[in-house]
Design a protein around this ligand. Structure first.
Ligand code: GLP
Length: 252
């Protein structure tokens, strides 16, 4: 576990984005291709902003998977994560080798199966993820399914998650936030060779403390990352506010 604490979200994004770029470049140099997962949400704003400025990544050797998407939300909605990734990432870099977005407007069971087969054939090198206010990893809200081996699953969104999305301004009311989503599963995320977890903001301070310091539990879904051999947490001083002193120096 490596914990990097920056002064603010912008510095966090620079560190996390640069670290992701290095891992992608090294993977391409070693294997000729890098398979990555991108998350969305406010936690990824600055990290992606940095990643798209990285000049010497050969994007034609990168295959991108998408972490999660609401079921039934049209791509024209301002809250669509496909729209988010197209606007904030895909339109800003040269064409990738392949892009596998989650289509939340088609039959979700078939979509999970379709994406599941593709990702099983493409082991992930670098995953960029965040942690929600309720401790969720992707859209795996507590109590998260730590056992399923399906790569993509259909999940119900809990009240805290839906409130977060509303409070961040993605929707006009809590009722407008979809109740279901397609999410990459916990086991699939954890198969990634390297994980970069970007978590800015005081709103996340309690979730960060719970997920990094409490015993691993599906009540704190992102706590599973404690068991990952190469997960780096990029925090700012606000999200790290409740962490105990020894963890803020921990790097192993
Ligand atoms: C979100 C997104 C995920 C993200 C996670 C935490 O709701 N669907 O892709 O990794 O949950 O991020 P944030 O709190 O910024 O939304």
């Amino acid at each position: 576990m490596k914990v990097i604490i920056s002064n603010n979200p912008i510095e966090l994004g620079i560190s996390a984005g640069k670290a992701a770029a290095e891992l992608i470049k090294t993977t391409i140099a070693n294997k000729g291709q890098a398979n990555i997962i991108l998350a969305t949400g406010s936690s990824q704003f600055e990290t992606l902003k940095q990643l798209i400025t990285e000049k010497d990544i050969d994007w034609s050797k990168v295959v991108m998977f998408h972490l999660d998407e609401y079921i039934g939300l049209p791509e024209s909605s301002g809250a669509s994560f496909r729209k988010y990734l197209k606007e904030r990432f895909l339109s800003k870099v040269s064409p990738l080798k392949a892009v596998y977005l989650v289509d939340g407007e088609t039959d979700p069971v078939k979509e999970c199966n379709r994406l599941g087969m593709i990702i099983e054939a493409n082991p992930i090198d670098v995953a960029l993820v965040g942690i929600g206010e309720n401790g969720h990893l992707a859209f795996n809200d507590p109590p998260a399914d730590f056992d399923t081996t399906e790569p993509y699953i259909i999940v119900d969104l809990d009240e805290a998650c839906r409130k977060q999305q509303f409070n961040e301004g993605w929707f006009k009311s809590v009722e407008d936030v979809p109740k279901r989503a397609i999410s990459m599963s916990i086991k699939q995320i954890c198969k990634s060779k390297h994980i970069i977890c970007s978590v800015p903001d005081i709103r996340k301070a309690q979730a960060v403390k719970d997920c990094l310091e409490q015993p691993v539990s599906n009540l704190f879904p992102a706590s599973i990352l404690q068991l990952h051999p190469d997960c780096s947490y990029y925090l700012d001083k606000y999200s790290a506010e409740f962490l105990s002193a020894d963890l803020t120096q921990k790097s192993n």
